[in-house]
Design a protein around this ligand. Structure first.
Ligand code: CIR
Length: 256
């Protein structure tokens, strides 16, 4: 169960955020703010306490706090983002994270290691880490060493196409795993009850389980039905403006 969530308000500068899909257009900042309000409400309805940090204009992608750290029941691992414009974001999270974790429970990924939290998927005590354009081998090595120091385990999953590991995967607890694209047949995930996301709804593989409920992006009917059929209560949240920056539901928060 999660007790806490940290989010950061989107900045006006988000319109200059990194995107691989410029054809979707620039995000509408006012609409993004409304969607963020609804995201916070949806999280609160799952029984977590949400800490809302102020927007940071100097970092257009800073609302995607998931990439700045990995927060587990035993420790906090501060990332070192691989995207040059995002590298300093993680440092600005440390003061907030110190309110929840003592110094001896905080680890740091350091250069030349890079790591972004979107590449990390927690399954109980084990953490899968995507080797990606943002998370390099040295970052994976440091991350797994930090996990092991605090009683967790980790394993590396090389990525082929997606930005982050959780762009195409979401663990819904109870051995249920949403899988899309390159992850559908990956050996690493053979042991899970896989819920396959169709190619036309691939974006909606990025859902989040929060205390038995599942937040699902609005507008992906097949995914919604599949998750409901698996026995979950679904909460729909519109993330259209974040999708324009390759961001989804998991990217917008740290849950612990
Ligand atoms: C980026 O490219 O870094 C942002 N525009 C999107 C980050 C998405 N974060 C995530 O998947 N955890």
């Amino acid at each position: 169960m999660f007790k806490n969530v940290i989010v950061r308000r989107p900045s006006k500068s988000m319109v200059e955020g990194i995107t691989s899909a410029p054809e979707l257009g620039k995000p509408d900042y006012e609409l993004a703010l409304k969607q963020h309000d609804n995201y916070i409400k949806a999280l609160e309805s799952c029984g977590v306490k949400v800490t809302v940090l102020d927007a940071m204009e100097e970092f257009p992608d800073s609302c995607f706090v998931e990439d700045t750290a990995v927060l587990t029941k035993n420790c906090a691992i501060i990332s070192n983002p691989g995207a040059p414009t995002r590298q300093k974001e993680s440092g600005y999270m440390v003061d907030t994270i110190k309110k929840f974790y003592s110094e001896d429970k905080i680890e740091y990924i350091t250069s030349p290691g890079t790591m972004e939290g979107g590449d990390v998927m927690m399954v109980g005590n084990h953490f899968y880490i995507g080797l990606s354009a943002r998370t390099n081998e040295e970052g994976c090595k440091q991350f797994i060493a930090a996990l092991e120091k605090h009683g967790h385990t980790g394993s590396i999953v090389p990525l082929e196409k997606v930005l982050h590991l959780k762009t195409g995967l979401a663990y819904l607890e109870n051995n249920n795993l949403l899988v899309a694209g390159e992850f559908v047949d990956k050996e690493d995930f053979a042991k899970f009850n896989k819920i396959e996301i169709t190619a036309d709804e691939a974006y909606s593989a990025n859902c989040i389980w929060v205390n038995e409920k599942v937040l699902v992006p609005a507008g992906y009917e097949k995914t919604k039905k599949a998750i409901e059929n698996a026995g979950y209560e679904v909460i729909l949240v519109d993330t259209s403006e974040y999708k324009k920056l390759d961001g989804g539901l998991s990217c917008l928060s740290l849950r612990f």
